[in-house]
Design a binder for this molecule. Structure first.
Ligand code: VGL
Ligand code: ZN
Length: 203
């Protein structure tokens, strides 16, 4: 069992990010058994859930004429326009049916404000509006985080980079993540994580 100062953060293991979903990540479902097994090692487990209203600004469908996966400028910087995904209360937004959720003490929902996306478990995409996760972890004395889940190059990488910035000791289990890989985003995320001091592990 890991020390009580460690937490496992499981990012966005939802139906829409798995094969058959609206924003499917290749092999997204393959990592469920490994994540379930890893939960046995941790005393603290947090799940995140991408959780969007239908009028969310990150949806290409809400930008007339814009194609999915194109990029627009928002007030807070560049934003990829995604297919409609992880709508609040839908099956697509639900966790993968085989993911263990009972061991988790906290579920963080993010991306619920229509005007701003939220990749990171800690901050919305303006990089300043908090989700509250930092307060939860700090008040429980947690200093070391292990990240797994979807997608490596978006929500996992943003979360891990914010965690380093906040002063946590951060590892990412690359074998328990899968990526979207849009225009070299996997390589870019990998370089940023290594540069920031994130420990990338393969088992
Ligand atoms: C994610 C794109 C849009 C993710 C969420 O979980 O990585 N990616 N919303
Ligand atoms: Zn999203």
């Amino acid at each position: 069992m890991r020390d009580a100062t460690e937490a496992l953060i499981v990012i966005d293991m939802q139906n829409d990010f798995c094969p058959g979903g609206a924003l499917a990540v290749a092999g997204g479902d393959e990592i469920v058994p490994g994540i379930n097994a890893l939960m046995d090692e941790f005393q603290t487990i947090v799940l995140t859930q991408d959780w969007h209203p239908a009028d969310h600004a990150s949806f290409a469908a809400n930008h007339p004429g814009a194609a999915p996966f194109s990029i627009v400028e928002m007030s807070y910087g560049q934003q990829v326009l995604w297919p409609v995904h992880c709508l609040i209360g839908t099956e697509g937004g639900a966790f993968h049916p085989d993911l263990r959720t009972d061991p988790a003490q906290l579920i963080v929902r993010k991306g619920f404000r229509a005007a701003i996306d939220s990749y990171s478990a800690f901050f919305e995409n303006d990089r300043t509006t908090p989700t509250g996760l930092e307060g939860y972890l700090d008040s429980r004395g947690i200093t070391q985080l292990t990240f797994v889940g979807l997608a490596t190059d978006y929500c996992v990488a943003y979360s891990a980079l914010d965690a380093v910035r906040l002063g946590y000791k951060v590892s990412v289990r690359r074998d328990l993540c899968r990526g979207i890989d849009l225009g070299g985003s996997m390589e870019e995320a990998r370089g940023q994580m290594i540069g920031a001091g994130v420990v990338l592990l393969s088992a």
